[in-house]
Write a protein that binds this ligand. Sequence first.
Ligand SMILES: O=C(O)CCC(=O)C(=O)O
Ligand SMILES: [Fe+2]
Length: 207
Amino acid sequence: MVSQLSEAMLDVIADALVDKGYILLSDIIPTFVSLALLEKMQAKQDVDFKLAAIGRGSEQQVNTDIRSDKISWLDNQDQIDNGFLSIMEQLKDGLNRRLFMGLFDYESHYAVYEKGAHYKKHVDALKGSQNRILSTVFFLNPLWQQADGGELIIYDENDTIIATVPPLMGTLAVFLSERFPHEVLPTNRTRNSIAGWFRVSNANHGF
Ligand SMILES: O=C(O)CCC(=O)C(=O)O
Ligand SMILES: [Fe+2]
């Protein structure tokens, strides 16, 4: 398949991850891909989405005080999902070539936050667990207004806010999973996103 991410774009992303540990991008996923993802998401929302759980393995539980989004996992056998996943694959390969991150696979889910839903401050990977290494959040909300709320707030290690990201169609946030606590503020209207994580394959292999 023809690469959709240019070498120059991959250089910019790699440099930002080295310098700051995160980057906010727009225009990296073609509009026709985003629109297809949104259309599919909206068509499936009433049937296929389940309240997201927190915790791992047998500790998993739904706790809507902490997070109240509903999710559905992407599947690389699905043509629409694959439009997005193939670009994430290019990102993975491009970063591995530049930074030797050892990124091995990528898991991702659609998430719908209905009016009033939120996700309290959390980190996507516990320090030293070296499983989820790099987080991505892709937003699918055309015409988002400030009054709609639902911003992604990213903090640094000292709990200072470093980015307030409106969940606007086409924005992709990429950040190191262990380093940045983040939260989703309550949304005032339905908010659609795809959250994903690049993982390494074993505990000795990290960034
Ligand atoms: O949708 C978002 O803005 C972020 C979601 C998130 O942090 C997560 O699912 O871990
Ligand atoms: Fe998260």
